[in-house]
Design a protein. Structure first.
Length: 579
């Protein structure tokens, strides 16, 4: 459950977006009022034709009435089109205002259960469609149903009573429809999220599936997920179809009943002949918005569910605040009692990790697989937030920095290379190249990573397009590009997770030279590496075992300890390691 401060931030974000659209909403309501009043024109025209023209034979009166009706209908059509254009403009503004925080929250929600596995943009579009699409038009027209019913009462109390009872009946059908569809739409949403998530996950591993002969099995698994989705769609669709058909049947019966009742009242000399047609038209117009609401109830319910999901997503967003701009850091790293839990579990991945790194240090992180090295590196780089303790850069906690500003001082290479769809140059520049000319900095970073010559051999050099996760490049090429991205902008803190896992000898030599150059300019590097070649440039070693720092100190002392030599003496305040 979101904290009160987070809930306030969520409501403020949504309220600000809706407040910015208030002018559009106001004009839509105003035009809807005028439009619904103009819908009375055909009924009045029929009354006048039957009660005046036919009885008097006035051709000129008929012409004038027809001209007035044509003008009224032309204005009605203009207002209807303008209303739709206003809703489209409102949709664009709503998207500009709310999409960025929703997308940012989606990027920050890893490991948080509030957002579940929802496809955030799809949910956002469902919400936007519900408040700016056909359901919105039905909602603004529905309040005018009582006006048409009141006019029916003016024609005759019995016709008004029929319209009133019919309207109440349609509202009851809409309410029952909502109750009947609620559970099926929720199941539809869950099945849809599971199916699309599974399809995306399998598609990202398509080459592996082909190599291992798994394609048919994965298709079969996806088809089982689609069957669940289709079942939920059929359930909700069948329910909605039944109530929509019931609503249409009820409306047509009521419209015909109004016509028959009008004829009876005309025979009794209680209304004129024109009142018969007018009563039928007015009843039809009174019931039309209610029928639209029943037909659009699926979208209403989807919009409501999307609203709940978007609210949950925003509540998982890290608290936004105005950050004080901090001076450019030197590269002094301090990890203080950092503890990290497994997402959604009580199991600890890292416990009470403490160590210090100075500018120019090259710290090698070693330990068995699953010891917590990657978790430690993610916390050091700010890729994930610690559940306890703090990571500091020049004395300031990483959470005291504005995230994008902090990222300019950190070079991070994850265990999975994680390149993004785009050009190689855009990936190296962290997509800053979309905002300005940074070609020189891109080439400088590529040269520092020893990737410049390799990139020039590609079909379009730095403008070569790559797919998600570096698709189109070999593992070694992708790793070199990712290393260039980590070195872009000369960061003062460099965190590399197995950067030489896919490198050949030339690539590893380039990596070692890059770390030496970074150390010479005062950057602090923390590197997880299994190859022994890296040890030649490490100034300190950090040993991680079972989620705890087992030892930390100068490289030669730790190597001697690991090889069974004399036990190094390390100051507790510096290492924070267990004896």
């Amino acid at each position: 459950m979101a904290a009160p401060a987070e809930q306030k931030a969520v409501s403020s974000t949504l309220r600000a977006a809706l407040d910015a659209c208030r002018r559009h909403i106001g004009f839509v309501i105003l035009f809807s009022a005028a439009l619904n009043l103009l819908y009375l024109a055909p009924s009045l025209y029929m009354l006048q034709v039957y009660d005046r023209v036919l009885t008097s034979g006035g051709i000129l009166t008929l012409i004038y009435l027809s001209l007035v009706l044509a003008a009224s209908l032309a204005v009605l059509a203009f207002l209807d089109g303008t209303r739709v254009r206003l809703l489209l403009a409102m949709s664009r503004r709503f998207d500009r205002l709310l999409a960025p925080p929703v997308l940012l929250a989606a990027l920050q929600r890893e490991g948080k259960s509030a957002a579940g596995q929802a496809h955030i943009l799809r949910e956002f579009d469902a919400l936007r469609g519900a408040i700016t699409g056909p359901p919105a038009l039905a909602a603004v027209d529905a309040p005018w149903a009582p006006v048409y019913i009141a006019v029916c009462f003016l024609i005759h109390p019995w016709i008004g009573t029929l319209a009133l009872l019919g309207g109440i009946g349609l509202v009851i059908i809409a309410f029952v429809n909502q109750r009947a569809m609620q559970s099926s739409l929720k199941a539809n949403e869950q099945a849809s999220g599971a199916m699309y998530g599974l399809q995306l996950s399998d598609s990202n591993q398509g080459d592996t599936a082909r190599a291992l002969g798994m394609q048919s099995a994965l298709v079969e698994r996806q088809m089982r997920a689609r069957e669940k989705l289709n079942e939920s769609i059929n359930d909700s669709g069948s329910t909605n179809a039944f109530y929509s058909a019931t609503t249409k049947f009820t409306r047509l019966i009521l419209q015909s009943a109004a016509l028959g009742l009008g004829a009876y009242l005309a025979l009794q000399q209680e209304i004129s002949a024109g009142g018969i047609i007018a009563a039928s038209i007015l009843c039809s117009r009174a019931f039309a918005p209610l029928e639209l609401i029943v037909g659009a109830w699926r979208q209403f319910e989807q919009g409501r569910q999307a609203y709940d999901i978007i609210t949950n997503v925003l509540s998982t967003q890290e608290t936004r605040r105005d950050f004080t701009s901090l001076p450019h850091p030197r590269g002094a790293l301090s990890v203080e009692s950092v503890t990290v839990r497994a997402p959604g579990q009580e199991r600890f991945l890292l416990v009470n990790a403490t160590f210090r790194g100075e500018p120019g240090d090259v710290i090698g992180v070693v330990g068995p697989s699953g010891a917590g090295k990657t978790t430690l590196l993610r916390a050091v780089a700010g890729a994930s937030l610690a559940d306890g303790g703090a990571v500091r850069l020049d004395g300031a906690k990483l959470t005291d920095w504005e995230p994008d500003e902090l990222g300019q001082h950190i070079g991070y290479l994850p265990q999975e290379v994680a390149l993004f769809g785009g050009t190689i140059g855009e990936n190296i520049s962290r997509f800053e190249s979309l905002r300005g000319n940074v070609d020189a900095e891109i080439v400088e970073a590529a040269k520092a990573a020893g990737a410049h010559e390799m990139i020039l051999t590609l079909p379009r050099g730095y403008d070569t397009e790559v797919g998600a996760n570096g698709r189109g490049l070999s593992a070694g090429q992708a790793q070199r590009v990712a290393l260039a991205r980590a070195l872009y902008g000369n960061p003062v803190l460099i965190a590399l997770d197995e950067p030489n896992a896919h490198l050949d000898q030339d690539g590893e030599n380039a990596l070692l030279q890059a770390l030496k150059s970074a150390s010479a300019r005062g950057a602090c590097s923390v590197v997880v590496a299994h190859r022994t070649g890296f040890m030649s440039i490490a100034t300190k070693l950090l040993v991680v075992t079972d989620g705890r720092i087992e030892a930390f100190g100068p490289r030669d002392q730790i190597l001697a300890r690991l090889s069974g030599g004399p036990r190094p003496v390390a100051a507790p305040t510096e290492s924070g390691a267990r004896p």
